[in-house]
Design a protein around this ligand. Structure first.
Ligand code: NDP
Length: 300
């Protein structure tokens, strides 16, 4: 492997540590404790694990964690009433509604009911607009984590060619906006992109956010490029035993690592950064709500 490994686990631990230090300072100097409310609707096992981990890491950072578990059949009006209560609650600085929601609930209506200043996932339409117009926004956690790792690796990103593969609202589009804001020359590739390998080969920075196991092989990567693999895909792993599986990214790690300058692994790359950035966003929201300076190095 020629590429440097970007250790997202260690990076995320560092971000969480910096958040915890600033939370302790906020409490000591101002008597304020940042609070994160997480709303989980239904019993989806993966969502339950995410919510549990978020709660644990929120408390470890010294913040207050409020969990609201609602029945899968909750009426939309009741969910909206809970969000209105959380919007009005001064000890809650961040609100996250775990997605996906059951199909009888209108996801955009629910997300857009959150106070944009407390929208620590950065999915509210106001935050989307603020980010797109280069104004102060709450930035979606996964792209924010990718940006932090890129800035750490390169410092100034300006003038770099960046190719984002994937145009979803939660990863691809906000990632492209952030890279544009940092003055990269940005291309967004998607399922209709022609000659995608040639497009990706131009990139100094490749962000893969597709959801297709090992789709990007090493021969699409420009030598020395930085590769950030957002994908999380489960594939059969017969070498581990019958019926076993393992996680892989959207990039074929072995062949890409042979040519890239730096690469994130899956697991242990972007994944851990997402919750770390959720904590960073909660701290940022708390500082903004109290008219205090934003935490340095933890925002876009
Ligand atoms: P979506 O399914 O919402 O979007 C996938 C995007 O990939 C679409 O824009 C789609 O294009 C594009 N795409 C699909 N097939 C191809 C192809 N053959 N060539 C080029 N582009 C293609 O996924 P998400 O953005 O939500 O997630 C992407 C991946 O990132 C998933 O594996 C997900 O699990 C992972 N993820 C990881 C997170 C983390 O914390 N590490 C957080 C969020 C997501 P089109 O629009 O044309 O259909």
């Amino acid at each position: 492997m020629a590429a440097d490994l970007i250790d997202g686990k260690a990076f995320a631990a560092d971000v969480r540590g910096r958040v915890a230090t600033q939370v302790a300072r906020l409490q000591e100097v101002h008597g304020i404790t940042p609070g994160l409310a997480v709303v989980l609707v239904g019993e989806d096992p993966a969502s339950q694990v995410y919510v549990k981990n978020k709660g644990i890491q929120t408390k470890e950072a010294g913040m207050a964690s409020f969990e609201h578990k609602l029945d899968a059949g909750v009426a939309e009006a009741d969910l909206l009433a809970l969000i209105a209560d959380l919007n009005a609650d001064p000890v809650v600085h961040g609100i996250l509604v775990q997605l996906p929601l059951p199909s009888h609930l209108d996801e955009s209506l629910v997300i857009n009911a959150i106070d944009p200043a407390k929208d620590v996932d950065g999915f509210h339409i106001s935050n989307v607009g603020l980010l797109a117009t280069g104004q102060k926004a709450m930035v979606p956690c996964t792209p924010l984590g990718c940006l932090m790792m890129l800035r750490d690796r390169h410092g100034d990103l300006s003038g770099m060619e960046a190719v984002v593969v994937g145009r979803s609202n939660i990863v691809g589009k906000p990632m492209a906006q952030l890279l544009l804001r940092d003055s990269c020359t940005v291309t967004i590739a998607h399922s209709r992109t022609k000659d995608i390998e040639d497009v990706v080969r131009r990139a100094d920075i490749v962000i893969a956010a597709v959801g297709r196991a090992q789709m990007v092989p090493g021969d699409w990567i420009k030598p020395g490029a930085t590769v950030i693999d957002v994908g999380i895909n489960r594939i059969p792993a017969p070498e581990k035993g019958e019926g076993k599986t393992r996680l892989v990214g959207d990039v074929d790690f072995d062949s890409a690592a042979a040519v890239a300058g730096a690469i994130t692994p899956v697991p242990g790359g972007v994944g851990p950064m997402t919750i770390a950035c959720l904590l960073a966003n909660t701290l940022t929201a708390c500082c903004r709500a109290n008219g205090l300076a934003e935490p340095e190095g933890l925002t876009a």
